[in-house]
Design a protein around this ligand. Structure first.
Ligand SMILES: *Cc1c(COP(=O)(O)O)cnc(C)c1O
Length: 461
């Protein structure tokens, strides 16, 4: 046993014979004494190996690769708190440039072409952006109701198979979430379904550009047109919010003619995750409004900033500035053409994988990587007679380090289990080729009647 005296490290000791290395790490209470940083660093590196390899995590939409310049900027910005607009005015300026760049990318009526600044802000991710955009919808609806002398106590939000952030928004801010069931054969909300769900208490409709489950786009323009018709026929003026967490950084580059953004007058606000296909490091999202009228003034707090006025809108207070600086770096470094090339390469690779999966035999493709996100998804054609499940296949692939999730579709289609692979910046063609080989080998193994019966792996979306 070491006493307190002996646990003072010998500077010449090997990393793995230092006192802290020779026992399990403290897990419930802080140790009494300090330990050498290089030893603790190495021990934590070893522990983190158990997390698996982010590059082989084909379940996540989020950035898992960064170049050295991004790492250096993140390091440089370690001490910058983005909320201190007067202490770090240039970081605030860079955030504002990013908002304007996105407003122009998404065709906001204000933005680069206008003297007026675009209306928007950075957030920690799409979830915070969704909360802010949802609150703006709720505030505007309440103002309309009060002005009309009507009750404003039962707001609802209409959407399809949304990501969990909208369920959070509804619960945290006391709004009824009216989730429209997915019709057989469909992968998201469809325009013709809206009428049964929208009423005078609807604060807005959410359309998703890049449904989490299937990676397809909901038909935003058709949904907008249906809401236009509804207004003509009934007088109900229901705003549309687009959850473009993934698609907001894909569609402008790969599907420039698709009208899903502020080109549609019905679209009041848009959120996107800079840390997904925006390619910025984890921890940045964006919320943009079409114009000042779409963002109620009383949601904005005003901070003095170099003698001027800096409006702020956020759920959190302190937040790192590096992700926003890295986002601006990526805008400048890649430009529109760079983003297009990166995403096109990913889409080509996803389509390449989809073709191979289709040829493997047991699968039916649900999404082949064309028209929406760079991804592929499939299901077992005949689960009853295959003798193994997609969960078994996920387990087999996990033995080689691949994280390929299997999960049921949202309610009303939950009997369909699917498998999904996302191809993003840093996932290369050869890697996907190796995955396909491992899939063929795993199928052969499973067909011989060796389903791996370990627990199902977790899936986070
Ligand atoms: C990922 C995702 C979110 C949540 O975004 P975060 O940036 O992880 O908070 C919301 N909606 C959709 C459609 C998503 O794909």
């Amino acid at each position: 046993m070491h006493n307190a005296q002996e646990t003072v490290a010998d500077p010449a000791a090997d990393v793995f014979t230092s006192p802290i290395s020779e026992k399990p790490l403290p897990k419930r209470a802080m140790p009494e004494l300090p330990a050498p940083p290089h030893v603790v660093h190495q021990l934590l590196r070893n522990e983190l190996l158990l997390d698996g390899n982010a590059a082989q995590n084909l379940a996540t939409f989020c950035t898992t690769w960064a170049d050295d310049e991004v790492r250096r900027l993140m390091d440089l910005c370690l001490d910058k708190n983005i909320v201190d607009k007067d202490e770090y005015p240039q970081t605030a300026e860079i955030e504002s440039r990013c908002v304007n760049i996105l407003a122009s990318l998404w065709h906001a009526p204000v933005g680069s072409a206008s003297a007026e600044s675009a209306v928007g802000c950075s957030t920690t991710g799409s979830s915070e952006a969704a909360m802010l955009c949802g609150l703006a919808l709720k505030w505007r609806w309440r103002d309309r109701r009060r002005a009309a002398g009507r009750p404003a106590d039962r707001p609802n939000l209409v959407c399809g198979p949304v990501q969990v952030c909208w369920e959070k928004f509804a619960r945290y801010f006391d709004v009824e979430l009216r989730q429209v069931p997915v019709e057989p054969g469909a992968t998201g909300l469809q325009a013709h379904q809206l009428r049964r769900y929208v009423d005078e208490n609807t604060i807005g409709v959410v359309a998703i550009l890049g449904v989490t489950y299937t990676c397809t786009y909901e038909p935003v323009a058709e949904i907008a047109a249906e809401l236009d018709r509804l207004q003509t026929e009934t007088g109900l003026d229901v705003p549309l919010h687009v959850d473009a967490a993934s698609g907001g950084f894909i569609a402008p580059f790969l599907h420039p003619d698709l009208e899903w953004d502020f080109r549609l007058p019905r679209v009041a606000s848009i959120n996107a995750s800079g840390h997904k296909y925006g390619m910025a490091p984890l921890g940045v999202g964006w919320a943009l409004w079409r114009d000042k009228a779409a963002l109620p003034e009383d949601l904005v707090f005003h901070v003095d900033y170099l003698g001027g006025d800096m409006p702020t809108l956020a759920l959190n207070f302190s937040r790192p500035g590096g992700q926003v600086v890295a986002q601006y770096f990526l805008f400048l470094r890649l430009g529109r053409e760079g983003y297009r090339r990166v995403h096109q390469a990913c889409a080509d690779t996803a389509q390449h994988l989809a073709r191979q999966v289709a040829d493997m035999g047991p699968f039916t493709l649900l999404y082949d990587g064309t028209g929406a996100l760079p991804a592929a998804s499939w299901t077992l054609t005949d689960p009853a007679s295959t003798g193994w499940s997609l969960y078994d296949l996920s387990d087999q692939l996990r033995m080689r380090g691949w994280q390929v999730p299997s999960y049921p579709l949202p309610p009303d289609r939950q009997e369909t289990v699917i498998q999904r692979v996302l191809v993003r910046h840093g996932v290369d063609r050869d890697e996907i080729e190796l995955l396909a080989e491992d899939m063929r080998r795993a199928i052969e193994h499973l067909d011989q009647g060796h389903p791996h019966d370990s627990a199902r792996i977790g899936f986070h979306h």
